[in-house]
Write a protein that binds this ligand. Structure first.
Ligand SMILES: NC(=O)c1ccc[n+]([C@@H]2O[C@H](COP(=O)([O-])OP(=O)(O)OC[C@H]3O[C@@H](n4cnc5c(N)ncnc54)[C@H](O)[C@@H]3O)[C@@H](O)[C@H]2O)c1
Length: 353
């Protein structure tokens, strides 16, 4: 192997470009090939990122012996087939979130990883945020004590991405806001608290704003513009409660769209302290100090190189210089949780994870 990990990026839409830009910051990475089914986009991105080799078919990229590893940056329904094909072809895999469409498919990806003996990393970039790493340290130092309640709140007033496109078409995305954005935060809190044993879920998902597409009023749209003749058959709001055995509960609310102000935070409550990771504010440790109620605002370096950090860790793992920071096994736990949330909603009762 050369001293740099030679990368192929499969899918060069929004996040594929983010990967290309951030591999450029990683000393031991070199993007050597791009792949996309859209020829114009592929040509444009090859020019922008100065990558010589392009492939219209991912199977051809996977057959290229000059590629060590791939970033899989395609719509969710293609995660499992491409990740499995890549591992079977002997490539290491950096797989964007959500892992795939179900825990069952996730287990198939892990089986392919084990058979190939290659690295598999989940794209859980929120874990790399400076505030997340700080809070992880605070928790590991015992400042929260026993964590018994976790809150996840992720509210967009009108934030459905690419309305009518693949994000809102269940066959391609596997679901709406829940699988798209809640997956980041459910993973984040399980990682922060080191609780990977969700046992029961009671939840409900709703679809209130995405359809009919022509009636959706919004200010701006990620992955837009809306396709008036497209599909919206997924959730745009979900709420529920998860039990981790008898010790810990997690309440969550996630909306691509709802009639409430935007909010985005996770909060962990322990018997010694509580802490909130809020996009809009510094973390505050709510605790007691010298027998008094005390709020400690934590100062830290806010420089966020999350994507570069996660891709650097991936390349280091490929070169045997560390472990992947987000494993396939953790990806499967997150998928099990999502499966159970959708099932609970469908059955209108609490279900086992
Ligand atoms: N980590 C994050 O914060 C983050 C952010 C955005 C998206 N994502 C994830 O990244 C993935 C892609 O999202 P996006 O926003 O970049 O979507 P996108 O639509 O902008 O890009 C997807 C690209 O994949 C291409 N593609 C589709 N099928 C293909 C195939 N068979 N072979 C090769 N290329 C193919 C499409 O033509 C498109 O260019 C999704 O799974 C999404 O959940 C992660």
């Amino acid at each position: 192997m050369s001293d740099k990990v030679r990368i192929g990026i499969i899918g060069v839409g929004t996040i594929g470009s983010v990967h290309a830009n951030n591999y450029a910051k990683v000393e031991n990475a070199e993007v050597v090939a791009l792949c996309d089914i859209l020829p114009d986009r592929l040509a444009e991105k090859a020019k922008t990122h100065e990558v010589a080799k392009t492939y219209a078919d991912y199977n051809d990229l996977l057959a290229d012996p000059e590629i060590d590893a791939v970033s899989v940056c395609v719509p969710n329904n293609m995660h499992a087939p491409i990740a499995i094909a890549a591992l079977n072809a002997g490539k290491h895999v950096m797989l964007e979130k959500p892992m795939t469409l179900s825990a069952e498919l996730g287990k198939q990806i892990i089986a392919a990883r084990d058979a190939a003996g290659k690295q598999l990393q989940m794209g859980m970039v929120w874990r790399q945020k400076p505030s997340a790493r700080l809070i992880k340290e605070v928790i590991e130092n015992g400042r929260l004590g026993e964590i018994y309640q976790i809150r996840v709140k992720l509210i967009r007033r009108r934030g459905i991405p690419g309305l009518g496109g693949w994000f809102t078409t269940k066959a391609q995305s596997g679901g709406g806001g829940l699988i798209d954005i809640a997956v980041h935060f459910l993973d984040l809190v399980m990682w922060l608290s080191d609780k990977w044993n969700p046992t029961k879920v009671s939840a409900k998902t709703y679809s209130k704003f995405g359809s009919p597409i022509k009636d959706y009023h919004y200010v701006s749209m990620w992955a837009g513009p809306p396709k008036a003749d497209g599909v919206f058959d997924v959730d745009d709001y979900a709420a529920g409660m998860v039990r981790f055995g008898a010790e810990t509960t997690l309440s969550f609310e996630v909306a691509w769209a709802c009639n409430a102000k935007d909010e985005c935070y996770v909060e962990l409550l322990g018997d010694k302290g509580g802490i909130k990771m809020d996009l809009e504010a510094d973390p505050v440790l709510c605790t007691e100090f010298d027998n008094r109620i005390a709020d400690i605002t934590l100062q830290y370096d806010k420089k966020d190189e999350g994507f570069a950090d996660e891709l650097r860790k991936f390349c280091n793992a490929v070169q045997g210089k560390g472990e992947v920071p987000a494993t396939g096994e953790q990806g499967v736990v997150a998928m099990k949780l999502l499966d159970a949330i959708y099932k609970s909603s469908e059955l209108n009762c609490e279900v086992d994870v």
